[in-house]
Structures are given as C-alpha cells and as structure tokens.
Design a protein around this ligand. Sequence first.
Ligand code: B12
Length: 221
Amino acid sequence: MENQLPVDDAAIYIKNMIQSLLSVNKIRAKMTLMEASTAYQPIEVVEKVIVPSLEQIGEGWTMDKVSLSQVYMSGKICTEILHDIMPQNHTIRKKQLRIAIATLEDFHTLGKQIVKSFLHSSGYEVVDYGNGRSAGDLVSLTIKDKIEVLLISVLMLPSALKVKEVRRKMRENQAAITIVVGGAPFNFDDKLYEEVEADYAGRTVSDAINIIRSIENSRGL
Ligand code: B12
C-alpha cells in the first residue's frame, strides 16, 4: 500500500509564490495564483496564499534575509496580478451606504486595494481616497462627500495611532461617521481599535464585507 502523506496545498502555493516574488518572476507568480484559483475561491487565494507569502517576505526582511527592493517588487507584482484572480461579475446594490476607503499616513496599498476590489465584487461602490492621506484630509473629504462609513487600512503602528486624530477631528466637526479599521497593527492588538476610537476592526476581506453588511442591517438597509 502506498504511504502518501497528505499534501498541504496552501503551503506549496506559498512556497512557490515566495520563490517567484523574491526572484521577481511575475509570470510564475501569476501561474501560482491561477493554480491556487482552481482549488480555492478568490478570497481564499488572498487569505491563504497572498497574505501569508507577503508576511513571510516581511519577516525575511526583518531578519536581513530579504532586501527592501525585493519587498517592494513583491508588493508591486501582487498588486499587478491581483486583477487576474478577482471575480469580474458584480451587480451594484441599489440601496447602499456611502462608503470610502484610504490608507492613513501609510503607503502600504495592497490591503486597501484588495478590500476595495472584493467589496466592489460584492456589489458595493467604494470611493477611493488614495494612499498616505492625512487625518485632516480624510475628515474634510468624508464630510464633503457625505460619507457614512470610512474604511481605513494601515500597516504601521504610528499610522494606526493616527486614527484617533481622525476621530477627534470628526468630533470637532460634529460628523458621526462610522470608522472601520484593518491591517497588521490591529491584528497584533485586538484592543487597539477601541483605543483609537474606531467603531469596528476587521482582520480579513471577509470581515470587511461582513462588517459592512452588519452596519447595513443595523440601519435597516
Ligand atoms: C509589501 C510591503 C511593503 C511595500 C508596500 C508596497 C505596496 N504598494 O503596498 C513597500 C516596499 C513600499 C514597503 C515599505 C515600507 N514598509 Co513594508 N511591508 C510590506 C509587507 C511585506 C507586506 C504588506 C502587504 O502588502 N501585505 C499583503 C496585504 C494584502 O495584507 P494587508 O495589508 O495586511 O491586508 C489584509 C488584512 O490586513 C485586511 N485589511 C487590510 N486593510 C484593511 C482595512 C479594513 C477596513 C479591513 C476591515 C481589513 C483590512 O485585508 C487584507 C487582505 O486579507 C509587510 C509585512 C506584513 N507582515 O504585512 C511589510 C511591513 C508592513 N512594512 C514595514 C515597514 C517597517 C516598512 C517601511 C517603514 C520600511 C522602510 N524602512 O522604508 C516602509 C514604509 C512605507 C510607508 N511609509 O508606508 C513593517 C511595519 C512594522 C510596523 N509594525 O510598523 C512590516 C510589518 C514588515 C516587518 N515585518 O517589519 N513595505
């Protein structure tokens, strides 16, 4: 009888993805994601392959095993090939909240791009305020555009702490906008979102979608 060990597909895809990204091989990275797409739903490809691969590359960088240019190219390649795994069909919901997304004093853009793309494919229109925005900018834009839910993506702790400034400026302007945060600092510390006075924190794309649905439900939409 053959004695085959169960193969952990995700681990194989991650290994291939990391090798492709570190050798700046966009075609191989794309092929790895396409292969993973035959086994997983698009959201799972993100959570089980893209995010862990980049996390390991980030760890490699902190241990001096990976250069910053490799980190940069890895993020760039993932951003470029993301489109290929995204579901293309979507219908725009008729009644919906006015939602915006941005990175706050932070230029890690991929998480924001992914959350926006998946919300879009779930039928939500999301205004994109771009990257590296200041607290003041975000507050004036959300007030001007009558935004009801502001999604903030940050990957660095100093940026995460700036969310408190967004809340303070909103309060000064009597703006009752729901703030949803996500990104590594909030995953490391599950009380941080309360400290910075956000309303919700999500760890994944699925969390982002579920949070929006629950805000909609609470408002009878
Ligand atoms: C790629 C990368 C870069 C690229 C970014 C390219 C780009 N266009 O995005 C480049 C090279 C530019 C870069 C630069 C820097 N980086 Co960098 N980078 C990374 C790395 C390796 C991957 C990040 C990533 O794209 N992950 C994949 C995405 C999909 O995951 P994600 O953003 O977490 O998003 C998921 C969830 O968090 C969630 N989510 C995200 N946002 C939101 C929002 C909401 C509302 C919700 C609900 C959910 C949600 O959904 C997403 C999908 O699951 C991380 C390592 C890591 N552990 O994350 C380091 C990392 C974030 N970088 C780090 C650092 C220090 C830097 C630099 C300061 C380095 C330097 N000396 O210059 C600069 C700072 C740049 C700046 N001012 O913003 C540190 C941060 C440490 C800290 N705690 O502060 C990390 C953790 C690396 C490390 N291990 O030390 N980086």
